[in-house]
Design a protein around this ligand. Structure first.
Ligand SMILES: CC(C)(COP(=O)(O)OP(=O)(O)OC[C@H]1O[C@@H](n2cnc3c(N)ncnc32)[C@H](O)[C@@H]1OP(=O)(O)O)[C@@H](O)C(=O)NCCC(=O)NCCS
Length: 173
């Protein structure tokens, strides 16, 4: 039994710890701190999963990025990073975080989300390779790992371009 809620100040240390352990390094935890201190941060979309006793075991972040189109910048969301404590992985917590995050993003009025991630994991939540929608990755990665999900059907129909991440993302691969 796990529930999802927005992060509080007192969760910062445990969020860093979860990311350090899940990624076996400090890059993602530092990325979260950089985003938290920037205009790209959306407090309602930095979410933690906690167990019935209130132990925080997972975290997901959606932050503001843009699609550079011929006519200007279109705001969108980037899902990154996401981490679940190693001992709690493969129990569905990551999926709960993704689903809850997408629902909350939709409630806040966002209409699309991009992710760089595993092509076997994200399609079950509605993600498809972004190139199918005319959205290019800024990273030199295989087409199937850069994905997009429409939170409102057809929301990307008139949008084509390349996603721009803030420089902080360049510190993490
Ligand atoms: C990816 C991660 C957040 C998933 O959380 P989780 O609670 O284990 O996810 P769920 O139990 O809901 O789903 C498990 C699924 O994730 C897959 N999975 C596990 N680790 C994975 C990884 N590193 N990359 C891609 N998929 C992964 C499993 O194969 C499983 O797939 P299935 O549902 O088709 O069987 C978690 O495994 C993790 O923290 N991994 C290390 C950090 C990471 O790679 N984060 C993602 C990149 S930002």
């Amino acid at each position: 039994m796990y529930s999802v809620r927005p992060e509080k100040n007192e969760d910062y240390a445990v969020i860093k710890e979860i990311n350090d352990l899940a990624f076996n390094g400090e890059g993602e935890g530092k990325l979260i701190e950089l985003i938290r201190g920037s205009d790209h941060f959306i407090p309602e979309l930095s979410l933690v999963a906690e167990d019935i006793e209130g132990k925080v075991v997972g975290h997901i972040l959606f932050s503001l990025v843009h699609i550079q189109t011929e006519t200007g910048l279109i705001p969108t969301l980037a899902l990154a990073p996401m981490a679940v404590l190693p001992a709690y992985q493969n129990q569905g917590i990551g999926s709960i975080l993704v689903r809850s995050g997408l629902e909350r993003a939709k409630e806040l009025g966002y209409t699309h989300v991009v992710v760089l991630g595993h092509p076997n994991f994200y399609p079950k939540f509605g993600f498809i390779p972004s190139i199918k929608k005319g959205i290019e990755s800024p990273f030199a990665v295989p087409e199937e790992v850069f994905m997009v999900a429409e939170l409102a059907e057809g929301s990307l129909d008139q949008i084509q371009g390349k996603v721009i991440y803030p420089p902080a993302f360049e510190t993490v691969s």
